[in-house]
Write a protein that binds this ligand. Structure first.
Ligand code: GDP
Ligand code: MG
Length: 173
């Protein structure tokens, strides 16, 4: 079995914990308490015939104080960078998160996925084309999601794992 470390980063409130909860337990909490968010989840999945065990790290609220530690980033094969499509400020902050990644990520070839979350909401401030352009510019995969309606959530994680499995030297049996 392949064991992979994925991390979820992005501004506070964009829906990182909600995406994880949807993915691992197929649940949604409209009033998810940021301080009770999980910080670590394990999930097995089969991607292209490979049984994969994912260890997915969530920030449990520290991102508000911008104190993600080097150990959070260390060894991650996959990075899921999330913004909220209804909050332009969370999109503008993506570059700060990429800089932090450059500083701490210990695998230069890690797979990066940009996720525009909360597409179920009517008050959108960032359109799909803007997200796609940013992702292309920074060599990231891209998807839009809703943790509330499930849209894109499974696909986001699956695509990251698929790309990791296709990257030589990024994982071993
Ligand atoms: P985090 O700080 O990035 O972990 O964000 P949370 O997962 O705690 O989500 C912040 C708030 O946004 C919570 O009230 C969630 O219920 C809500 N939320 C998260 N994802 C979605 C979504 O896709 N759609 C809607 N409508 N609300 C969401
Ligand atoms: Mg959270």
């Amino acid at each position: 079995m392949v064991t992979l470390k994925l991390i979820v980063v992005g501004d506070s409130g964009v829906g990182k914990s909600s995406l994880l909860l949807r993915f691992t337990d197929d649940m949604f909490e409209p009033y998810l308490n940021p301080t009770i968010g999980v910080d670590f989840k394990v999930k097995k999945m089969v991607v292209d015939g490979n049984l994969v065990q994912l260890a997915i790290w969530d920030t449990a609220g520290q991102e508000r104080f911008r104190t993600l530690t080097p150990s959070y980033y260390r060894g991650a094969q996959g990075v899921i960078l999330v913004y909220d499509v209804t909050r332009k400020d969370t999109f503008a902050k993506l570059i700060t998160w990429l800089n932090e990644l450059e500083m701490y990520a210990t695998r230069s070839n890690s797979v990066r996925m940009l996720v525009g979350n909360k597409i179920d909401k009517p008050d959108r401030e960032v359109n799909k084309r803007e997200g796609l352009q940013f992702a292309r510019k920074h060599s990231m995969l891209f998807i839009e999601t809703s943790a509330k309606t499930r849209d894109g959530v499974q696909c986001a994680f699956e695509e990251v794992v698929r790309k990791i499995l296709q990257t030589p030297g990024l994982w071993d049996k």
